[in-house]
Structures are given as structure tokens and as C-alpha cells.
Write a protein that binds this ligand. Structure first.
Ligand code: GDP
Ligand code: PGA
Ligand code: MN
Ligand code: MN
Length: 613
């Protein structure tokens, strides 16, 4: 039963937006917080919020970094929960075989029960936010209601939020309502928490695509709780994009300038923890080449009047995998973090108030690990969770491209699809055309990582790196990609490439030796080949799966790499590819008649090229 509410703060709403007010009132009546706070996004608010989080023990202020904080989650709340993520479309066929589905009424009934009184003893924060520049023709608004001050602080880094957004929304702008609770009400009389990271064993990350709503319960982890990110900008936005003729994709965006001053914009889709943030901030090892960052996780892409595909990064911050980030691998991330104003979650704390994680040089003699325990190099355990993250303003990135704030975005010249495969997939291959490129994306495979709860290292199909993020039927999604290619002159479409930084030298058939390709800054060599393919100056050899660099075409000058490793990195082994065919067949079959015929035709053509009847 919903009791009449007198909640402190409810009547001091700084907006005339009647639908927003009604919704806030309705949620407060259901969840029964102690007070409601309208977030203004100010510096003062950030200070108050972080001070409060430090006082409660949820954050530790880092002595060694300006305005930066260390957070530890509950050990059970460390990653996205794909098993608990639902697409609640009216018709189950609209969720498709790759999503969990529940009827919207049933999900709302269940979650309403969970939300009933779930904010007791807590503050409910109202976070008005905008994905993409506020100066866009139709700004993409959202409002998140949450009982987590950690979410408020993180949303301030990751999105444009606060008073400027609320003002721009005026009295009737449409917005995506995003409801979040950690699902841990404070018992009556409880003055303090018994944990610094409240959450619930019961978790739901639910999306209602028809009504464009998001309901999240039970988790405080970024991917489950910062609802502007995966939930809005990928799952809900992919549905909006389907309806309106654009694409919401799990892609980084970078600007590449050649020594001759030729500029290309490249988007790349890799699954979570497969190299987007690193490639987006890459420091080229080849002389004269320059990379500037536009985005590291999400791209919204639509055709411009000139017939080219333009990409915008809807986010305002970077939420990057910490382990492996280092001055050697990703110096621009280190520079970004050195400017402070960041939250580090589930990394290790040094004795002098700095952070440390695996891959960041020599380990200190003593640390406090991500579980809060003493750690020494002899502990034999990871000091940081493999999915530990830094959350930092993108404006601090020293190589941020000036086009970042342009609401029109940048015209994409090339799209890379990539995954993490120990075997089979070569360093780089070029698609024959758009349909073949869509086929490569639709059959993309990768080993699972710690970014989602579950077993790590299992090869699965992850189409366009969007498996956990497509908000509708994957077959319809592939058809949408094929249709997009028909909207423009083929000469203006981005060229599509397939990459794999993670192939390994085989160890007695185990395929788990060293990485064949040095990766990181050296990936600039692959980008150079991509640009030269677009310009028509680089040589390639045709293989059954696409064109790979001809001998000598990939610039390896000055690279310490054996000829065997280079050849092994580039090799297309027909036997390995023939072994993939039954899996691809089975993958496609589950989409039934929704799978575009052109993709079946692409599979048939691949079979023929591999000499399989
Ligand atoms: P994202 O989650 O897709 O943004 O991936 P990240 O860029 O954060 O990288 C995920 C993990 O892969 C990190 O531990 C990186 O150090 C590692 N990584 C990124 N790029 C490369 C690469 O080119 N080669 C290798 N071997 N590892 C990489
Ligand atoms: P990632 O982003 O792609 O940088 O890992 C977070 C996620 O996808 O969970
Ligand atoms: Mn991601
Ligand atoms: Mn990333």
C-alpha cells in the first residue's frame, strides 16, 4: 500500500515539468525515501556528496591525487549481470533469442513489490541528465532517480547533468525515466549502515523498449546503475535508432591524422574489456601519426545531409578497465587520471594514499586490496578485481579531439569489428563490401571477460560487440544494419574491417602462448594500413574471409617482432575457419526468418570459398 507522502524536498522542485514532477512524486510514494534531493551538478554538490561518501566509509579520499577517491564494492557486485538483464517488450519476439524477456506487466508487478519502501531511511536523488551535447537539435534527456550517492557522483563524471539540463528540458521535453535503487532500505532507527556498499542479492536490470523506461534494482556497479550508459545509450537507444533510422553502437570513436595531414575518423566495436578505451587513446608508435580521442565506449551514428555516416559520443566521462592501464600501454589514460577528479573502484590502495593495479609497474611491498585486506606481492592473489574501473572526466583527456562537443559528430571513414580470440582470427582483414562487413560483425566472436558476471574465457558470438546491449531482436538488428547500408551511396559508406589484437602463439595445441602482436601503441600500424586501404595505396591479398595485408604492406619498421610471429598473426588458416562454420550456422539458425537473406548468402559464399560443399 502506498501511504500519502510528506517527503522533505518533494515540494521544492526546481522545475515546472509536470510529467517529471508527477513521476518523482509517484516514485517517492512507492519507495518512501527520507528526503528528495534535486541534483544541480555543481561543484558544491560534488564536494558535499563526496564528503558524505567519505564520512560513511564508501569512499576513501586519495592523498596522492587531487579530488580523487577509492571505492570498494560488495565482493558480489563487481560487474554487469547479464543473467539479470531483461528486455520487457510487449511481444517476446521483439526481445529475440539473445535477450532475457519478461512481459512488461509481470516485470513491473515484481519490481513494484521490490521497490515498495526500498528507499526507507535514504535520500532519493533526482539526476536530470543529457546524453550527447545539450546543443543538439533534439537533446537526448534522461532523469535518473537513485538512492545511491555513489551513482550521483559517478553520473556527474559520466554524463552532462544538473541544472543546465533541467532548464533545457523546460516544462514538457520528453525524457527517459530511469529508476534505480540499491535495494537495501535502512531499518527504522538504524543510524549507520553496517556496510559501505549496500546492495541486494536480488537484482533486476529491466528495460521497457516501447515506453522507453529503465528500472534497475539491487546493484550499485556502474554498468548496472549508471543508467545513462549501457541501459539508455545502448539498449533503449538501439530501439529508438531502429525506429528512427540510426544506430546506437558499442564503439569507440577516434580521429587519426597522417603525417601528410590527411584526417580519418574511425569507429571500432570490441566487446567489453577487449581494447576500446586503449585504442581510443592510443599513442602511435609510427612517426608523424596522430590520434585524438572522441569516445571510448558508445557511438550514436546517423547519416548527414552529405550522405556520410556521422558519429557522436553521448558520454561525458571514461569508465575504463583499470588493470593493464600503465604509462607503457596507455599513457594518455594515465595523464587523464593524473589530473584528478576521478573515482577508482575495486583497485588496490597504496600506503601513501594512491591507487595501484596489476600491470602498473612493479608492485609495492604492501597494499590494501580490493576486498580491504592486506596484500603483499607474496599474497598470490590479485590486488585489484579484473573488472576494477576508473571513472574520469573525458574533458581531462589530453588528446580529446575538438570535435567532441560538435552535436553533428564526425564522418566515419572506417568501422572496425574486433574480439578477443586466441586462435583463428587474423590481426586484420578487410570486408569486401557493406553486406560482407555486416556479416563479419554479425558473426563476431570473442572470449568472455570479467566485465560481466560469469565464466571468463569462453568463446561466444558477440554480434557487433552488442550481444548484451541490443534492445530488440538481433535478427531485426542485423536487418537494420543492412538497411542502413542502403541509405547512402556505397562510395560514402564507411569501409569495414575485422581485427584481433589477442591471437596467441600456440603451446602444444593449447593456443595459449604469448600474444603474437604487441598491441597497444603498435596498433597504429594497423590503423595506417586501414587508412592506406581507403586511400587505395596499400596492397592486400584476398583470402576466404576478406583481404589481409600483402607481404610487406603492413608497416613494421622498427618493430621488434619475429617474422614467424608476424606471419602467424596475419595467417588465415582454412582449416580453422572451416571449424567455425557449424557454429556460425547454428548461431544464424536461431534467428529464423528474421535473419536477413543476405547474411545466409554471405555464409554460403564463405563456405564456397573454403571449399565446403
Ligand atoms: P574496453 O573494455 O573494450 O574499453 O577495453 P580496454 O581498452 O579497457 O582493455 C581491456 C583490457 O585489454 C585491458 O587490460 C588492456 O590492458 C587490454 N588491452 C587493450 N588493448 C590491448 C592490446 O592491443 N593488446 C593486448 N594484449 N591487450 C590489450
Ligand atoms: P567497457 O565498458 O566496454 O569499457 O568494458 C563497460 C562494459 O561494457 O561493461
Ligand atoms: Mn562497454
Ligand atoms: Mn572501455
Amino acid at each position: 500500500m502506498v501511504a500519502p507522502v510528506t517527503v522533505q524536498g518533494l515540494d521544492q522542485a526546481p522545475t515546472p515539468h509536470t510529467r517529471l514532477l508527477a513521476w518523482v512524486r509517484e516514485v517517492a510514494a512507492l519507495t518512501r525515501p527520507e528526503r528528495v534531493v534535486w541534483c544541480d551538478g555543481s561543484e558544491r554538490e560534488w564536494r558535499a556528496m563526496t564528503d558524505e561518501l567519505v564520512a560513511s566509509g564508501a569512499l576513501v579520499r586519495l592523498a596522492a591525487r587531487p579530488n580523487s577517491f577509492w571505492a570498494r564494492t560488495d565482493p558480489s557486485d563487481v560487474a554487469r549481470v547479464e543473467e539479470r538483464t531483461f528486455i520487457c517488450s510487449a511481444d517476446p519476439a521483439d526481445a529475440g533469442p539473445t535477450n532475457n524477456w519478461m512481459a512488461p506487466e509481470e516485470m513491473k508487478r515484481r519490481m513494484t513489490e521490490l521497490y515498495d519502501g526500498c528507499m526507507r531511511g535514504r535520500t532519493m536523488y533526482v539526476i536530470p541528465f543529457c546524453m550527447g551535447p545539450l546543443t543538439a537539435d533534439s537533446p537526448m534527456f534522461g532523469v535518473e532517480l537513485t538512492d545511491s550517492p555513489y551513482v550521483v557522483a559517478s553520473m556527474r563524471i559520466m554524463t552532462r547533468m544538473g541544472t543546465s539540463v533541467l532548464e533545457k528540458m523546460g516544462a514538457d521535453a520528453s525524457f527517459v525515466p530511469c529508476l534505480h535503487s540499491v535495494g537495501a532500505p535502512l531499518e527504522p532507527g538504524a543510524e549507520t549502515e553496517d556496510t559501505a556498499w549496500p546492495c541486494s542479492e536480488t537484482k533486476y536490470i529491466s528495460h521497457f523498449p516501447e515506453t522507453r523506461e529503465i528500472w534497475s534494482y539491487g546493484s550499485g556497479y556502474g554498468g548496472n546503475s549508471l543508467l545513462g550508459k549501457k541501459c539508455y545509450s545502448l539498449r533503449i537507444a538501439s530501439v529508438i535508432g531502429r525506429d528512427e533510422g540510426w544506430l546506437a553502437e558499442h564503439m569507440l570513436i577516434l580521429k587519426l591524422t597522417s603525417p601528410e595531414g590527411v584526417v580519418k575518423y574511425i569507429a571500432a566495436a570490441f566487446p567489453s574489456a577487449c581494447g576500446k578505451t586503449n585504442l581510443a587513446m592510443l599513442e602511435p608508435t609510427i612517426p608523424g601519426w596522430k590520434v585524438e580521442t572522441l569516445g571510448d565506449d558508445i557511438a550514436w551514428m546517423r547519416f548527414g545531409e552529405d550522405g556520410r555516416l556521422y558519429a557522436v559520443n553521448p558520454e561525458f566521462g571514461l569508465f575504463g578497465v583499470a588493470p593493464g592501464t600503465d604509462w607503457k600501454t596507455n599513457p594518455n589514460a594515465m595523464r587523464t587520471l593524473a589530473r584528478g577528479n576521478s573515482i577508482f573502484t575495486n583497485v588496490a590502495l597504496t600506503d601513501d594514499g594512491d591507487i595501484w593495479w596489476e600491470g602498473m609497474g612493479e608492485p609495492p611491498a604492501h597494499l590494501t586490496d580490493w576486498r580491504g585486506a592486506d596484500w603483499t606481492p607474496e599474497s598470490g592473489e590479485l590486488s585489484s578485481h579484473p573488472n576494477s574501473r576508473f571513472c574520469t572526466p573525458i574533458s581531462q583527456c589530453p588528446i580529446l579531439a575538438p570535435e567532441y562537443e560538435d552535436p553533428r559528430g564526425v564522418p566515419i571513414d572506417a568501422i572496425l569489428f574486433g574480439g578477443r580470440r586466441k586462435t583463428t582470427v587474423p590481426l586484420v582483414a578487410e570486408a569486401r563490401d557493406w553486406a560482407h562487413g555486416v556479416y563479419l560483425g554479425a558473426t563476431l566472436s570473442s572470449e568472455t571477460t570479467a566485465a560481466a558476471v560469469g565464466k571468463v574465457g569462453v568463446v561466444r558470438r558477440d554480434p557487433m560487440a552488442m550481444l548484451p546491449f541490443i534492445g530488440y531482436h538481433a535478427g531485426d538488428y542485423f536487418a537494420h544494419w543492412i538497411d542502413m547500408g542502403k541509405k547512402a551511396d556505397v562510395t560514402k559508406l564507411p569501409r569495414i574491417f575485422y581485427v584481433n589484437w589477442f591471437r596467441r602463439a600456440s603451446v602444444e595445441g593449447e593456443g595459449d602462448g604469448h600474444f603474437l602482436w604487441p598491441g597497444f601503441g603498435e596498433n597504429s600500424r594497423v590503423l595506417k594500413w586501414v587508412v592506406e586501404r581507403i586511400e587505395g595505396t596499400a596492397a592486400a591479398v584476398d583470402t576466404p574471409i576478406g583481404s589481409v595485408p600483402a607481404p610487406g604492406a603492413l608497416d613494421v619498421a622498427g618493430l621488434d617482432l619475429s617474422a614467424e610471429d608476424l606471419a602467424a598473426a596475419l595467417r588465415v588458416d582454412p582449416d580453422e575457419w572451416r571449424a567455425e562454420l557449424p557454429q556460425i550456422q547454428a548461431w544464424f539458425e536461431q534467428f529464423g526468418e528474421k535473419l536477413p537473406g543476405v547474411l545466409w548468402a554471405e555464409l554460403d559464399a564463405l563456405r564456397a570459398r573454403l571449399g565446403v560443399a
